[in-house]
Ligand binder design. Structure first.
Ligand SMILES: Cc1cc2nc3c(=O)[nH]c(=O)nc-3n(C[C@H](O)[C@H](O)[C@H](O)COP(=O)(O)OP(=O)(O)OC[C@H]3O[C@@H](n4cnc5c(N)ncnc54)[C@H](O)[C@@H]3O)c2cc1C
Length: 396
């Protein structure tokens, strides 16, 4: 239930501007909340007098009214999807069929409707679409208030987020606003007795924990990119589009993006979407030596990744760190150059199709994961490899 303490309300209109569904009016200098309120909580967050309160009796809700498996569809510059969206739709389809409910996608952005057909091709039978110029770039306040509003209005049973930078910011905000649970970084999702069984590593990866949310809805989980397989798209599929009208006021958003500056590395292909990743570790010895990996990446049309050691040394940005506290990758070809193979690194790359390890220590753990192992000095082997590739290309 949402209530306005009329004595405390100063009629400042901040709630009116923050409400994405435009259901607040000011009468006699007091805020009045209309029938269409979805209890998204945007007004509560901005009220300087704390005059608006929401009481959520989550455990009293009728769980049977919640239906549908939703996937948050993450886009890139409003023109294409992050690959993880399709991975989540693939898993979502399996979950939806497990509970006999429909698979839906939630698409937010600015002029993103042309992307709907791709969501349908990957299995979504319904797409909740919210378009607004203020949704064109990710903003925590805007996205979370629209999504909590949609949840309150349509009552999904499950909601999956990508555990990307965006998803890691958005999903907890939505969960906290609605006072729901969220299982982050799941490695497995299945249906057990009608509930979403969420599996994720716990205690530093030493155990796998199975988590359920029996009392609240939606059941919410996030999944890292490249952890779950992706189905083949079927372009003949179609989806019902539910267009939501949202009204967002820039004054109601606490953060503003003034300028987007992309680093050279960030403007190239993302590490979790590349077919070939060439990663280097401390065995590359110097920053200058490390740069030879860029040459190898260029020859193989790949991107350069790194172990955490390299990020800690400041040689490469965090966005290219592979592993437990970095990014999970599963390319067709993965090179581990001068990387020992610590568990925190290998959990992030062991799903790769072909792993090539180069290490001067024949007993390095990385060789246990490698299809091809080269024992020797990286700084001799890699330049030789590049030379050989160039030579063979020239011969073609
Ligand atoms: C909570 C936590 C989270 C973590 N998350 C991550 C993560 O996400 N990603 C990650 O990578 N790590 C992570 N780590 C760190 C991880 O435990 C290791 O310390 C790290 O992966 C080691 O990096 P490395 O293999 O580059 O260096 P090292 O372990 O020092 O290994 C260097 C390797 O290079 C070889 N070598 C040396 N010289 C040469 C040469 N000239 N030619 C060939 N080989 C050579 C050596 O034999 C050795 O095997 C995490 C640690 C913790 C505690």
């Amino acid at each position: 239930m949402i209530e306005v303490d009329l004595e405390a309300c100063s009629g400042c209109q901040k709630c009116l501007k923050a409400c994405p569904f435009a259901v607040i009016t000011i009468i006699d200098k007091k805020a009045r909340i209309g029938d269409g309120c979805t209890m998204c909580g945007a007004c509560v967050q901005v009220c300087p007098e704390e005059a608006i309160t929401i009481e959520r009796k989550v455990r009293d809700v009728d769980l049977s009214k919640f239906s549908g498996v939703w996937v948050f569809a993450e886009t890139w510059e409003n023109t294409k999807f992050r690959k993880v969206t399709f991975e989540l739709l693939t898993k979502g389809a399996e979950l939806a069929s497990g509970v006999g409910q429909e698979l839906c996608a939630v698409l937010l952005g600015d002029h993103v409707e042309p992307l709907v057909k791709e969501l349908a091709a990957y299995g979504a039978s319904k797409v909740y679409l919210a378009e607004h110029e203020l949704l064109g770039q990710y903003n925590t306040d805007a996205y979370s208030s629209v999504i909590t509003g949609l949840i309150s209005k349509y009552s999904p049973n499950m909601l999956l987020f990508p555990a990307t930078h965006l998803g890691r910011d958005l999903a907890p905000r939505v969960a906290a606003t609605l006072e729901l649970g969220l299982t982050a970084d799941c490695t497995g999702l299945t249906i057990q007795d009608g509930l979403l069984l969420q599996t994720r590593p716990a205690f530093g990866g030493n155990i796998m924990a199975d988590i359920i949310c029996p009392y609240t809805r939606p059941q919410m989980a996030s999944v890292r990119p490249n952890v779950m397989p992706m189905c083949e798209p079927d372009a003949s599929r179609t989806a019902v589009v539910i267009k939501e009208t949202v009204s967002l006021d820039p004054k109601g958003l606490r953060t503003k993006i003034r300028e987007m500056i992309k680093t050279d590395i960030e403007s190239t292909k993302k590490i979790d979407e590349a077919d070939c990743v060439i990663s280097g570790g401390r065995g590359m010895c110097t920053e200058e030596n490390f740069n030879v990996l860029d040459d190898l990446a260029k020859e193989l049309d790949g991107v350069v990744g790194a172990s955490r050691m390299i990020i800690d040394l400041g040689w490469r940005p965090k966005s290219v760190q592979v592993g437990q506290s970095g990014t999970t990758v599963s390319p067709d070809l993965y090179f581990a150059c001068g990387i020992s193979g610590a568990i925190q690194h290998t959990v992030g790359m062991r799903g790769s199709d072909i792993i090539v390890a180069i290490n001067k220590d024949p007993n390095a753990p990385i060789f246990e994961f490698a299809k091809y192992g080269l024992v020797g000095d990286c700084n001799e082997i890699i330049p030789t490899l590049i030379e050989e590739i160039r030579h063979r290309k020239a011969e073609r």
